[in-house]
Design a protein around this ligand. Sequence first.
Ligand code: NAD
Length: 491
Amino acid sequence: MRTILPSEKLHCHNLIGGNWVEGEAGRETVVSPIHGAVIGEVTVPSSAQIEMALQTAAKAQVAWAKSPMKERARVLYNFRNLLLRDIDAISHLKSAECGKTFDEAKAGLMKGVEVLEFALSIQNLDLGGKIEVSRGVTCEYRREPLGVVANITPFNFPAMVPMWTIPIALALGNAYVWKPSDKTPLTARRIADALTEAGLPGGVFTVLHGGARTVEAVIDHPLVKAIGFVGSTKVARLVYQRGTHLGKRVLALGGAKNHIVLLPDANLELTGAGISDSFTGCAGQRCMAASVLLAVGDVESHIQKIIARAASLELGKDMGAIITRAQKEFLVGAIDRAEKAGARILLDGRKAKAPQSYEGGNWLGPTILDQVQPGTEAATVELFGPILSIVRCKDLSEAMRIENSVEYGNACSVFTSSGPLADRVSREANTGMVGINVGVPVPREPFSFGGIQASKFGHGDITGHHSLDFWSNVKKVTTKWETQSDSNWMS
Ligand code: NAD
């Protein structure tokens, strides 16, 4: 389905204490990458408004944490049903503000709903524990909320990435402060309205807009106990350093440069679709996108399959737009520079035409560069666009040396029919996530998402089962009610 763009400018304020409050520190416009026109405007909160928002959140959290988890889960269950009721409208808005296709926007929201469904299971699965550790002495552990927690999200998944953390942090009894991307802030309004309609008490969920100033004020505030961040490595590092310097719990997921190892025995059909869809999906603007193809030996027929599938994509229908004009120009410049550095262009996205009536948007077709040299920009820098760099390797050892040499560590995939070779890649890859004949190896719940090295700062997981320990404290309570007649040193 083609995206329905907003017919009039949307206005979005800050959700403070359950009310939409106009920010006093300025206005920012939202431009759609699809046609290049303004589709919305957000207002940015002043320091005093941020202070008020966090104080209100802290008060609301106390009552929210006191309600039994089953009651909190009931609100989240209503939230799930409202998201599904409004899924098309939310997906059109997401698509309009971040440029992805309607189908991609909908799939992203469905992945968010999957996390929500996982959060609904916490009430039954995370039951705590209590045993008698000695005569008359019991030990119990209880999961307790942290208080006010914050999350800062990127432009490329305006609903999915926030939904990685919103349901889990709320189910555990925290108040949640969300700073959406300044490039894609409009979807936040729909998600917040659904939470309010679901019955979430005012103040438990807060939305604050803006850029670095808002983020820094939130991190620095003593009431904010934990910070989740997803975005570029540059900002992830800044957020991590700022928060941990203040002694706070921070998990900051950063950028990526993902490799796919292609071996000659790989299944042709799996390879063509898996690798092409990986680097063209979301127009390459996702941290799981294939970026470098490590082509081992004679894989010419596989590469022809990848080219054929990528070349068949229609812009605006099968592939979305690039987030900003400046980013599109950067990508075109990166292709020019790779060509000058000796790369052969197998598929040239610079020649692609914008969809009819969307000429003002930021469009770039799928691009495949061959003979890219290791160590060059196209082989090492996160470009964040629909560009696949092919690096030719004489054997698997050379491919793994190249894979291991980058600073990032998000994902690596291998396409092969050999179990032992797939196993070798899965062991030697320097990444947090590995795919075997899967181009976008995103773990599904309850498995956690996340990389290593410069793709993640901090310990633990932001999603999945292990994220419970990030969004809560585990308290251990040891109890004795009476003296034991046969007491020993443990009693
Ligand atoms: P970004 O780092 O520019 O922005 C992310 C968030 O940080 C936004 O909310 C933004 O407003 C805020 N921000 C920007 N500058 C800041 C500063 N100086 N101080 C504090 N906050 C600041 O990222 P982006 O361009 O929105 O998103 C794309 C990046 O996100 C890519 O690098 C991509 O790989 C990464 N990403 C990673 C994951 C993951 O799970 N590892 C998932 C999605 C996206």
